[in-house]
Design a protein around this ligand. Structure first.
Ligand SMILES: Nc1nc2c(ncn2[C@@H]2O[C@H](COP(=O)(O)OP(=O)(O)OP(=O)(O)O)[C@@H](O)[C@H]2O)c(=O)[nH]1
Ligand SMILES: [Mg+2]
Length: 494
């Protein structure tokens, strides 16, 4: 009756409501209420990857605080949720028994949690509530490394990422890879396989992590990392599992976000050295630890600088200070942030995850509901299942995601430029209209509308062409709907 078509989120809410009615009074009823509540919460982004890939460091960089423990410590072996809230609070959810609050303290900004006698294997996950603007955009989930020494920790990560029939706890995943390790690919495939029995890159972004180490700390390390990441991102086996690959030096980004005046002063000491002496000093970590005792930095300070910046970071920061590209701590932090690649990652996260958070959240909720109606059917769950199926089959954003996965799997074939056009139009490079139409960020309405109308005509021609193969034909119809949607949103500026 109403003129406005209901949004995907509203439809998801509606069917969850009806399901909650059917399952009222059963354990599934509670889960359904949680699923419905999740639709109003921030997107859940999990950080995954192998042991010591730099997951916790990157999470901290994205949040802008040193929350997650890095390096040693038992807590690195426990799945930990970081979410925005009014108070600072840590709750342990044991495998058996009631959740309990834990004591914690901050050591150099990092949270140190007292497990109160619980062994990591006894803890299903930790829940950290922390007032934070960044966490308002996304709840972040830190995971123990896949392939970690503790089989238990590894299994926890698996369960989280590859949730079988249970609700999928994360809506999107950042997958960190240090090198293209064959195990990485196996892991990714298995993760996606269990999900919808198709490889599905729609909710995963690859990060080439610890990117500064790629060029063994040389000042052009990030440029090498960018080239490698670009090559990885075009590799069909990588495209099958992640949308793109972004190189990031997480440590540099984390340190830049939390840089102190004292550290900047120490770096100035190095910057004041003649170039040649500084170069010789920074040739290796060993040399940096020992040479030039007259420099005025204790060995502990040197060790701490290395731990915070890495050799590349110390080189880069001291060079920026020497050349007076940056003079204050704030300026230095800005440059290091930019060079770390975290700004690019934020942009990619924005366009691929946050701008389509409603779709990703609805997708998680509907997949979970689908699993429930299949595994625990009740009298009365039939109509819910039917409605669910109708939503999944008719929602245009899901069509886009499906075509995107099919393209990434190599099932849609055509000329490269045609496929690139298609991939952009359906939101493969980001959800924003200008990205879909491959225009600059500043493009105005008439410009956008003209490009959308052209794209519409182009894809209508393709859809009508009898020589277009079946898969491309199906994709073309989706692209046409996407163009129509853009034009409708622009309000008929033709
Ligand atoms: N040079 C450099 N070192 C990094 C970077 N990111 C992390 N590290 C270092 O690598 C080590 C492991 O980092 P974490 O962030 O704890 O890695 P993780 O993947 O969370 O490790 P686990 O949870 O134990 O699997 C630490 O010593 C970090 O300082 C980076 O971008 N560059
Ligand atoms: Mg970790």
């Amino acid at each position: 009756v109403s003129g406005q078509p209901r949004s995907l989120l509203e439809r998801a809410r509606g069917v969850l409501d009806r399901a909650a009615g059917v399952y009222r009074g059963t354990p599934a009823g509670d889960r359904l209420r949680e699923l419905a509540a999740r639709l109003d919460e921030p997107l859940r982004v999990a950080v995954a990857g192998r042991v010591k890939a730099g997951k916790s460091t990157l999470l901290n960089a994205l949040v802008g605080e040193r929350l997650a423990p890095t390096d040693a410590g038992e807590c690195t072996r426990i799945v930990t949720w970081y979410r925005d809230g009014h108070t600072y609070q840590v709750t342990a959810h044991p495998v058996t028994g009631e959740p309990r609050q834990l004591r914690f303290q901050r050591e150099d900004g990092a949270i140190e949690i007292d497990l109160a006698g619980l062994a990591p294997a006894e803890v299903d996950h930790l829940d950290v509530t922390w007032p934070s603007q960044a966490l308002r955009t996304a709840t972040m989930v830190d995971t123990p490394g896949i392939g970690s020494l503790s089989a238990d920790a590894s299994r926890r990560s698996w369960e989280l990422l590859a949730a079988g029939d249970e609700e999928a706890p994360a809506d999107a995943v950042l997958y960190l890879m240090r090198h293209l390790h064959s195990n990485d690919l196996e892991f990714l495939r298995a993760f996606h396989d269990t999900e919808v029995s198709q490889p599905n890159p729609v909710n995963a972004i690859g990060v080439l992590s610890r990117a500064d180490e790629i060029g063994v700390g040389r000042l052009d390390s990030m440029a090498s990392a960018r080239r490698i990441a670009a090559r990885m991102a075009t590799d069909p086996s990588v495209r099958r599992v992640v949308q793109t690959v972004v190189p990031v030096a997480g440590l540099l980004a984390e340190t830049a976000a939390t840089l102190t005046e004292a550290e900047t002063a120490q770096l100035r000491t190095i910057a004041a050295l003649p170039v040649r002496e500084a170069d010789a000093l920074l040739l290796s970590a060993d040399r940096f630890g020992q040479l030039l005792p007259e420099l005025g930095l204790t060995s502990l300070e040197r060790e701490q600088l290395l731990g915070r910046f890495g050799l590349f970071g110390v080189r880069l920061a001291s060079t920026l200070l020497r050349r007076q590209v940056a003079t204050t701590a704030t300026e230095l932090a800005g440059h290091l942030t930019e060079r770390s690649g975290i700004t690019d990652l934020r942009e990619v996260l924005g366009s691929l995850f946050f701008e389509r958070r409603d779709v990703l959240k609805s997708r998680s909720a509907l997949l979970a509901l689908d699993a429930l109606t299949r595994t625990e059917p009740l009298p009365g769950s039939g109509p819910v299942a039917a409605e669910l199926e109708e939503i999944i089959a008719s929602a245009h954003p899901f069509h886009e995601l499906r075509v995107l996965s099919a393209m990434r799997a190599g099932w849609v074939t055509g000329k490269p430029e045609v496929l690139a056009d298609l991939e952009h139009l359906i939101g493969g490079a980001g959800n924003a209209t200008h990205l879909r139409l491959r225009l600059a960020a500043g493009a105005d309405k008439p410009e956008l509308a003209a490009a959308a109308a052209e794209a519409l005509a182009r894809w209508q021609r393709r859809a009508e062409n009898p020589l277009t193969n079946h898969e491309l034909m199906v994709a073309a119809r989706v692209a046409i709907r996407s163009c129509e949607g853009i034009l409708a949103e622009l309000g008929g500026h033709r």
